[in-house]
Design a protein around this ligand. Structure first.
Ligand code: SF4
Length: 676
């Protein structure tokens, strides 16, 4: 019997956990760490169940290589590497570095050493073809921050902990903590705001779990958050200061077209409700705003995030406690993993930290010519399920000369791969929570030694990437010997031992947690000279007035008959398209669509009826249920389900890509529904 402190690395919250061992020294249980100074015993169902995932019989234990009969068969690391090395070198020699594409999934973001290694390989190789789940999730957050702060990683941190009023748009923290947010005590921070007499307003087309818990809900027409924010900004125009940052005036001019009556008409939120929101921001209360993926996945995610910060600025809630904060050390991340922006061959999109838009990945593979992608290395991700238009992407992946999946499971992308290389779970590796430290309010940088040794033939992703870099002839640090050393250093075993004495020095200050003291964002980062560099507009946004007007026109027209607006939702036990392999039974329960009762009646549907949901690019079949949280005219389908992949319904057409961020419009598409 024994125990070890660790932390969950599924999402940004990094909740503290205790790993418990049985008499034989085997890890047999994970439980919340009530003494953890930040999460204080909070843990969600995903974290609690992670040991089932790490021990799942479907885990890939050895490298797999496709044989001449087209089947994936176990092989040695040397055999797998021989195939990859030969093909990679040939592709680079014959077609250049851009013929190699790299995709990394969200789980890898929480693996700091891997990200450092991967970005070193990207620098050494120089391919422009980097992709990630960012363009389906949060690319517009990066784009907005680049415009306002000149840096992608200076994220706004909603200070829920000290706010009196919080406006939450398109986020459902009770089910998923949210992107780029790290809350002490998990969702209890929101409860505490209510308990101290504050108010939370949840703006969502659906009466979500969070809206039900924190009571005040504004049911908004899908995709129209931008008009609500413009109306609020317009009502704050008299607060425009003499020394306003660049671009704020342009934003206010844009907002003139959307006063409260117009916004009310477009959003379906009553005028009185919008007026009461404005009153909060005009009061002396500490007000914060946070937008989640529900807003990012619409058409105007970048503009929404800029408007949120402009509202905070005019109302005196920018860079202050209880409002929106910025981490003073956020720039460090930029230095470590920043790479030169690249321009895509297809569509001319400019890359950001998460790479190029996944919406063009199929075209980059299928379109012949110089720079056509011929090899794709996928690390901890499942683009076939998480990127738009599965059908076309499948066609593209089948055409690749080399597809490598580095993963703990054989997912849908892995099923098409030439080689699968088995990686580690976070229980089997050392980690430092550096990635999230740039936008969290915790006063510490957590570290965790591995909770158990790697199983079977699994291997650290850091080592795999360093070794692939050597095999490709483009070694990290531009040096084979350094790359070899980097690959062979036993990071997971050695670093915790080296750090131990250093951490001991801080153990009292960190109240027993493992790690190092870290600065909390306190407000006041943008004092003096720095404030002058803020900028709320960029010429890249010059097309926004027309796009806003066009969408407003579209909203006035009746929706084509018998169509619904498709909206996604997160699931309690899975993270996007990841870890569903470990929760098959739960997945079956979650694989259903939700409709409003009037729509169920109109379509003569009863609970559990099997329906086909069809868009212009594909169709899925699944049972449908009446759900009282759903707005009339919308259909809610969970995303990331492998067998009924909602992204099959989302076209990869470039008109759905936000031009300056590369973010794909993932929600609000028109679909039809028919009983089977
Ligand atoms: S909220 Fe859940 S998934 Fe996220 S870190 Fe905590 S336990 Fe893990």
């Amino acid at each position: 019997m024994g125990q070890k402190r660790t932390f969950c690395r599924i999402c940004e919250a990094h909740c503290g956990m205790i790993a418990e061992y049985d008499e034989a020294g085997q890890l047999h249980k994970l439980r919340p760490d009530a003494t953890h100074p930040v999460s204080q015993g909070f843990i969600c169902a995903k974290g609690l169940k992670f040991l089932d995932i790490a021990n799942h019989p479907n885990r890939v234990h050895t490298p797999l290589r496709r044989n001449s009969a087209g089947e994936l068969q176990p092989c040695s690391w040397d055999e797998a590497y021989a195939l990859i090395g030969e093909k990679l070198r040939h592709i680079i020699d014959e077609h250049g570095v851009h013929a190699v594409g790299i995709y990394f999934g969200t789980p890898m973001i929480h693996h700091s050493l891997l990200m450092l290694t991967l970005f070193q390989w990207l620098r050494a190789m120089g391919t422009r073809n980097l992709y990630s789940a960012a363009s389906q999730d949060n690319a517009n957050k990066l784009a907005a921050q680049k415009i306002i702060h000149g840096r992608e990683w200076v994220m706004p941190i909603a200070d829920i902990e000290h706010a009196d009023f919080a406006l939450l748009l398109g986020t459902n923290p009770l089910v998923s903590q949210g992107t780029f947010i790290h809350m002490p005590q998990g969702t209890k921070t929101y409860d505490a705001l209510i308990e101290r007499g504050g108010e939370i307003v949840v703006v969502d087309p659906r009466h979500s779990e969070s809206a039900q818990r924190w009571k005040r809900h504004l049911s908004i027409r899908p995709g129209t958050d931008v008009y609500l924010l413009l109306a609020i900004l317009h009502e704050l125009r008299d607060l425009y200061p003499q020394d306003a940052p660049k671009g704020l005036d342009t934003l206010l001019t844009l907002a003139e077209a959307y006063p409260i009556p117009v916004a009310s008409h477009l959003t379906s939120i009553p005028e009185a409700e919008i007026t009461s929101l404005v009153a909060q921001f005009r009061s002396d209360k500490r007000c914060t705003i946070f937008n989640g993926v529900g807003v990012n996945q619409g058409r105007f995610g970048t503009l929404c995030l800029i408007l949120i910060q402009a509202i905070a600025y005019l109302s005196g809630n920018f860079d202050v406690r209880g409002g929106i904060l910025f981490h003073p050390w956020a720039n460090i991340l930029q230095l470590l993993v920043g790479i030169k922006p690249q321009v895509s061959r297809i569509g001319g999109f400019t890359s950001h930290a998460g790479g190029l838009p996944c919406g063009i990945l199929a075209d980059e593979i299928l379109t012949t010519g110089e720079g056509q992608i011929r090899a794709l290395i996928v690390i901890g991700g499942n683009p076939l399920t998480s990127a738009p238009d599965e059908t076309r992407l499948r066609q593209a992946f089948e055409q690749l000369d080399l597809l490598v999946s580095i993963d703990i499971f054989q997912n849908q992308t892995g099923a098409l791969a030439d080689v699968i290389l088995p990686g580690l779970t976070w229980l089997e590796r050392f980690d430092i929570g550096a990635w999230d430290a740039m936008y969290e309010t915790a006063p510490m940088l957590q570290t965790a030694a591995r909770a158990r040794k790697p199983i079977a033939e699994t291997r650290s992703e850091v080592r795999i990437i360093a070794e692939l870099s050597i095999l490709s002839g483009k070694p990290i640090f531009w040096n084979r010997w350094l790359a070899r050393l980097w690959a062979r250093i036993g990071w997971d075993a050695m670093v915790p031992i080296l750090l131990k004495p250093l951490q001991w020095l801080f153990s009292r200050r960190l109240q027993g947690a493992d790690g190092f003291p870290w600065r909390r964002p306190m407000g006041g980062y943008y004092r003096g000279r720095r404030r002058k560099h803020l900028c709320f507009w960029d010429e890249k946004l010059d097309g926004e007035p027309e796009r806003l007007a066009a969408f407003a026109d579209e909203l006035q027209r009746p929706r084509p008959e018998h169509t619904f607006l498709l909206l996604g939702r997160r699931r309690r036990l899975a993270q996007n398209s990841w870890i569903h392999n470990a929760s098959r039974e739960e997945k079956a329960k979650e694989a259903c669509a939700w409709l409003h009762q009037d729509d169920m009646a109109r379509l003569n549907l009863v609970d559990g009826a099997l329906v086909e949901i069809r868009s212009t690019c594909g169709a899925i079949q699944l049972p449908v249920f009446c759900h009282d949280s759903v707005q009339k005219g919308t259909v809610i389908v969970p995303h990331g389900l492998p067998d009924v992949n909602v992204n099959r319904l989302i076209s990869s057409d470039k008109t759905h890509i936000e031009p300056f961020s590369g973010m794909h419009q993932m929600s609000g598409h028109h679909v039809s529904i028919a009983q089977i």
